[in-house]
Design a protein around this ligand. Structure first.
Ligand code: ADP
Length: 563
């Protein structure tokens, strides 16, 4: 233990909230820089919109969304046009404050004029989204799915999905939204933190019943009703990969700013919580991505009015312990495959309560120490045990094939189980899905390539915004200026787009053009140059054009260097 701060470099740093800590030069950190910002409701909606503009069919798993307040006129206008063209369309919308969680400040509306723009929560920037009116019900109740995803590396991209997750149930029977029931949160919102306060909430020690169940138990029920759960599972994998592909450009900009290439720094990994809603027709829809999913394995029980006690929650334990255990197995620096592993881990947790972030450590090694710590940051060197236990396997994850959609899900037991030093440990619950199925998703990574151009011209290390000189250099080096598009027009394009993005007031810390603004400028240039093609082909063509010129330039520079 290092009560006065960490002295020795660690193999793994387990931070409670974000990447940031004082100077880490080696090892692995369990958070990516900028992840919290990247998955906020507004930023996620923007990233998904960009992908929907490029690939509307591939990204139709995210509800149509508008950003408030700046897109309120657009929202009103688009809804009016859609209603005019289809008078039978009677939509409902859900308004969610940016940065909110646990259902905080969320409300449903039937008409754009019902948006509340005053009041402390309402005046916050928000996302308004088409409400999914026909969710899949179980026992007449709406539920959502929390799946755990490990982003093990950004470059190269490596994604793992936990084979089991949680299903969180509403506590009032579902009815399609009407003006009368719009306000009934226990009917429409699946948040555990809300429903736990309902008198109908059922704590259960079984993973198949109650208000929180394992996702595998839902799949079993669906399978027994004859539903195609293999297709459902591959749709979910596809949703997760596509969502992460939408997030990587922004994450790479943060990454190079916090951990500049060529300087000593740590590598990162992160467990993300994906919230997914199944529609009646079994199509999975993404609700949101959580950068800090709760890893609590206890729930509060009211012993007598007002008196609460934390009691173990077998459902949470079943799913979450496996996720953390497997994450540690996958990032184990020495790849030591022993039953009892030993490593140096630094925990930076917000408070002793933060042990809930790390339940298996807390339960296995920390119990008696919990009460001694009151410091805000805590560094520990400890021995942890990889807990033996059963790992519920969905057995629906395509394992043997490289093609996700053609894959025949494994109905057989997990091959022969792990061999060698890991024999005796449960087989991994985290399944690699990328690069395993990379082939089918390669063509979607256009914005990643736009981000690579952006990063190349950022120039100054540690920045996330492009200055006017950097933008001009990009235009010159890629030979994008000509008699129809003068350098004066380039400057105007830069000023127009940058001013608009900065006026949206997301990040005032740095001046200059942010990645999303650069992406917009790039799309604009692509449309100008390749008029008649669909947008994704315009962008792909411009990327090839730019990358070709830059490769030729690099070659020339190399030759001059040799000269
Ligand atoms: P929070 O971060 O506050 O939990 P979410 O985006 O997860 O916000 O929304 C809270 C709940 O509202 C979800 O768990 C889900 O039950 C419901 N919900 C959110 N968006 C939609 C939607 N577009 N259609 C139907 N239900 C939704």
């Amino acid at each position: 233990q290092f009560p006065f701060g960490r002295r020795l470099p660690c193999d793994i740093y387990w931070h409670g909230v974000s990447f940031h800590d004082n100077n880490i030069f080696s090892g692995q950190v369990n958070k990516f820089p900028g992840m919290m910002e990247t998955v906020r409701k507004i930023t996620l909606s923007r990233a998904m919109r960009t992908m929907q503009d490029l690939f509307p069919l591939e990204y139709n798993f995210y509800p149509r969304s508008w950003i408030l307040p700046e897109e309120l006129p657009l929202f009103v206008a688009e809804v009016r046009v859609m209603k005019d063209s289809d008078p039978s369309w009677k939509p409902t919308f859900i308004v969610k404050p940016d940065g909110g969680c646990q259902g905080d400040g969320i409300y449903l509306i039937k008409d754009p004029s019902d948006i509340r723009l005053t009041g402390s929560i309402q005046s916050r920037p928000a996302v308004v989204q088409e409400y999914i009116c026909k969710p899949l019900l179980m026992d007449k109740l709406k539920f959502d799915i929390r799946l755990y995803v490990l982003l093990k590396s950004l470059e190269p991209l490596e994604i793992y999905i936990a084979k089991d997750g949680l299903s969180r149930f509403c506590t009032e029977p579902y009815q399609e939204p009407t003006l009368k029931n719009l306000h009934q949160v226990f009917m429409h919102l699946t948040n555990y933190s809300l429903n736990i306060h309902s008198e109908n909430f059922i704590h259960s020690d079984s993973v198949n019943t109650g208000s929180k169940r394992t996702f595998s138990s839902i799949l079993c029920r669906l399978s027994s009703r004859g539903a195609d759960v293999k297709k459902l599972w591959s749709d979910i994998i596809s949703l997760v990969i596509k969502t992460i592909i939408a997030l990587t450009p922004e994450l790479k900009v943060y990454y190079q700013s916090d951990i500049p290439a060529g300087k000593p720094g740590p590598t990162c990994f992160q467990i993300l919580g994906f919230d997914i809603l199944l529609m009646k027709n079994l199509k999975p829809m993404l609700l949101e991505v959580n950068a800090n999913p709760s890893m609590r394995i206890e729930h509060e029980q009211e012993l007598s009015p007002g008196v609460f006690e934390n009691v173990p929650s077998p459902v949470d334990e079943e799913v979450k312990v496996a996720v953390i255990r497997d994450t540690l197995r996958l990032v184990d620096p020495q790849k030591k495959k022993r039953k009892d592993a030993q490593a140096n881990i630094c925990l930076c947790l917000p408070c002793p309560k933060g042990f809930t972030e790390f339940p298996c450590l807390y339960r296995e090694g920390m119990k008696d120490k919990q009460h001694k710590h009151h410091s805000l940051k805590l560094s520990l060197k400890l021995k942890f045990y990889l807990k033996l236990g059963s790992c519920p396997s969905l057995e629906h994850v395509p394992e043997s094939s490289e093609s996700l959609l053609d894959a025949v899900p494994a109905e057989r037991p997990e091959a022969a189980g792990p061999r060698g030093p890991e024999a005796g440990l449960p087989s991994l619950c985290l399944k690699q899905v990328f690069p395993k199925y990379a082939k089918q998703f390669g063509s979607l990574r256009l914005v990643d390539r736009v981000a690579a151009l952006f990063i190349r011209f950022l120039g100054v290390k540690g920045t996330t915004k492009l200055g006017p000189t950097g933008f001009r250099t990009f235009i010159r080096n890629c030979k994008l200026s000509n008699s129809n598009f003068s350098m004066a027009a380039v400057d105007i394009l830069y000023i127009d787009i940058t001013r608009r993005w900065n006026s949206m007031g997301i990040d005032h810390k740095e001046s200059g053009m942010c990645l999303q603004a650069f992406v917009e400028a790039f799309f604009c240039l692509a449309q100008k140059k390749y008029k008649s093609l669909p947008l994704h082909e315009q962008v792909a063509s411009l990327l090839e054009f730019c990358e070709g010129h830059l490769a030729a330039l690099d070659e020339k520079r190399l030759l001059w260097g040799w000269g």
